[in-house]
Write a protein of this length. Structure first.
Lengths: 447, 447
């Protein structure tokens, strides 16, 4: 038994939500003392104490608990009120405090929750937001390495649910370690007494709870993996990831990318059912960012106000030139953002990307410059024609290079490339484009 | 036997590729005469004649052919040389000339082709580009309504391939009409002598050959349909559409949308492996369209050149104002294009979309106007502050409404909203924004 004073101390820490201190004060406690503490606390407090243990201790403690206490603990962990209590913590704090849940516990907890509860409860399983752990489904039917086809067939027959839920059947050791996967159809093609281990895929593809869920979703879709087993750090099975969930997550990721490429946030509901105020809210932040950064262009133009008064005609080409520059930049950004999402490029390729974009920009600039020079010389004069042509020839490679490099920099800073790129590129391309334009004009026209 | 003169006439039409005349001249011919004609022509020419028959006639003719002639015909139809001959026709002409292939023929032809040949051969099956018919896989294993579980199990055991290929087994009548689908797992749960008709899903989801493949791909992914049966106009099974193909098609559609939203065309190969010239080619068309349409802004500014000379400071705000206008427009376009893709809005909603965007634009304009008026009044003077504020208040609803409505108009004109919207919106918003700006300036500042 823990000393009463210890128990009182723990209770007061729980009461005051001093979770860091609570976690620290339990670190040196031996397993049997923790078990005794958990036994003498009310369910919610016991669950909180259990959740603060590091994974190895939690495994040891859970194994010592009697089945009734285990069931009680699982139920409390999955309870909405417990989830709400935890959700008052900062997400950072949650991730730091809560180690990954032991496979045995995570598995039983997942299975005990209905899909609505699951969303809330997942937050406190110790998986970071955006990880596979946060989005996995309960494990499907499993087989043991010692099972025969007949054993597994019996379980499949007893279960309900369609082929999507049992397309791939994970094969586990006694310790829940994933060692293989059986394709459901193989059960039909083998005799009842055959051991499943003889024909299982012994090198199965799986996802880890801390893998990035969008990446795994994309991989499932690319490879057509109907049902991916999800394992923890020790390769123990804790859940599954069906292709239908992969499709859903990929769809949301795409919606977010598309909205951000258009400089807004995605709507969570159908367009016509979303209120004007809510739509405006998805757009205003971006407009403000753009408006504030566009003030830079006002300042740049102020520098050249004297030049402008001398030659007002220069103002006529401002929208055309910054339009072309901005577009060249966003084209490059779109291509590189996409290549990043597909894993075709990474931060290590930054110089190769820059070199490719310099040349692409030069080629584009050359075509546009020849065209613009010809047209502007015919309509205005050779002076204006030269200024416009040279400006385009210089601006396009600058815009393309910045547009191509910025998404990589954003990724390196762990910012969503789509969020960061749009305002930054348009501001940079506008401002640098204007500086180039007026510098060229002053030089060529001797202003 | 057809008269020798008829046969010569047909041969000369084939030789000269007068396919429309050929098709017309066969219309009044009775079935037995067509069969005889096909019998007396070399394989390639016979296949061409067969392919020009309307569907009902083709069914009748195929049924009369002896098995060897049927096999010969199928082989020739699937032959690369035949595909090449047909591919010299305009796509429009192909679609107009070639009716849907009878289910029996399509099915056997699909099965006889390897995946590489399939792409080429699909073009001449009479399915329009972008239809499910062009992208379907051969039909999976099927069951007949009279089959027992044992019958189907035997066939599943004899086949190779994993669960993805047999997740859903179509159940057909004698005439190949789809009447149900069996979930593979149900074969495990029912006794061998049971008829499959007793537990099949008698109201199965299927796709039609002429359905839009991107829409069906999206639906498969949304509903998690692992394997969708594909039927022709008479509900006869011709192929299947696995979820992995749906994922692939959806990925390409998304890549295209994203590239076009960024005003370029998608790259077909990984970024770093694509040459500079090829990358430039995906961007130059869009830049030229934008550059040409941006000339409009030069003309608009020329109209106000006198005003500009009087008040050069007005030029300073041009990039800021058109930047905000263009972004407001493209935000609305992105949201509505997405809503269109998801089926949330259609052309019938054009007035509701316009009304929503007018109000959203007004709200955004109001926020930006208050902010801009305050800042510009403090830094410059109340005159400039008023001009900037009023311009934003007017421009934002115009830009948002045009941005929201254009994708719907594009869809109505059967143009890809993403292709049409970007250059049109930026040009329109830039030009209209400048007109509003200078009109407001002339009025407020009494220029």
């Amino acid at each position: 038994m823990p000393a009463v004073s210890d128990l009182d101390h723990i209770r007061s820490l729980i009461h005051d939500r001093f979770l860091i201190e609570l976690s620290e004060s339990m670190q040196p406690m031996p397993v049997r003392e923790i078990v005794a503490t958990i036994g003498s606390l009310p369910s919610a407090e016991a669950a909180l104490v259990f959740r603060l243990l590091d994974k190895d201790t939690a495994i040891a403690v859970f194994d010592v608990l009697d089945p009734a206490a285990q069931a009680d603990l699982i139920e409390t962990l999955g309870h909405t009120e417990f989830a709400e209590m935890i959700s008052t913590l900062e997400p950072d704090e949650q991730t730091r405090l809560f180690d990954e849940l032991p496979a045995k516990v995570a598995k039983r907890m997942l299975a005990s929750l209905d899909p609505h509860q699951r969303d809330a409860a997942m937050a406190l399983l110790g998986y970071r937001p955006g990880s596979v752990g946060r989005h996995m489904s309960p494990e499907p039917l499993t087989a043991s390495v010692d099972d025969t086809v007949g054993d597994v067939l019996r379980r499949v027959r007893a279960a309900d649910g369609g082929v999507a839920a049992y397309a791939a059947i994970p094969v586990l050791t006694q310790g829940r370690v994933l060692v293989g996967v059986i394709d459901l159809i193989e059960l039909l093609r083998h005799d009842v007494p055959e051991p499943v281990a003889s024909f299982m895929d012994a090198d199965p593809v799986s996802a880890r709870t801390d893998d990035d869920v969008e990446r795994i979703a994309r991989r499932s879709l690319d490879h057509g993996d109907l049902l991916l087993p999800v394992v923890d750090r020790e390769d123990r099975l804790v859940g599954s990831f069906p292709i239908a969930d992969a499709a859903l997550i990929d769809k949301e990721a795409v919606a977010e990318d598309q909205a951000r490429a258009g400089a807004s946030e995605p709507l969570r509901r159908p367009y016509l059912l979303t209120s004007v105020r809510r739509i405006a809210r998805t757009r205003i932040v971006w407009l403000l960012v753009l408006a504030v950064s566009a003030v830079l262009t006002v300042h740049v133009l102020e520098l050249f106000e004297a030049t402008l008064s001398q030659q007002v005609a220069l103002a006529l080409f401002i929208p055309l030139l910054i339009g072309i520059g901005g577009n060249t930049g966003s084209q490059a950004a779109t291509t590189v953002t996409r290549a990043l999402a597909l894993g075709d490029v990474g931060l290590r390729d930054i110089l190769r990307v820059a070199w490719k974009e310099v040349r692409t920009g030069l080629l584009l600039g050359l075509v546009l410059a020849i065209l613009a020079f010809t047209v502007a010389t015919l309509i205005y004069d050779i002076g204006i024609g030269t200024v416009i042509g040279v400006t385009l020839l210089l601006n396009c490679p600058i815009a393309a290079t910045v547009g191509g490099v910025i998404p990589l920099v954003a990724r390196a800073c762990r910012v969503d490339p789509a969020v960061f790129s749009t305002p930054f590129i348009s501001t940079f391309c506008d401002a640098s484009g204007l500086i180039v334009y007026f510098t060229v004009a002053i030089t060529v026209l001797n202003l």
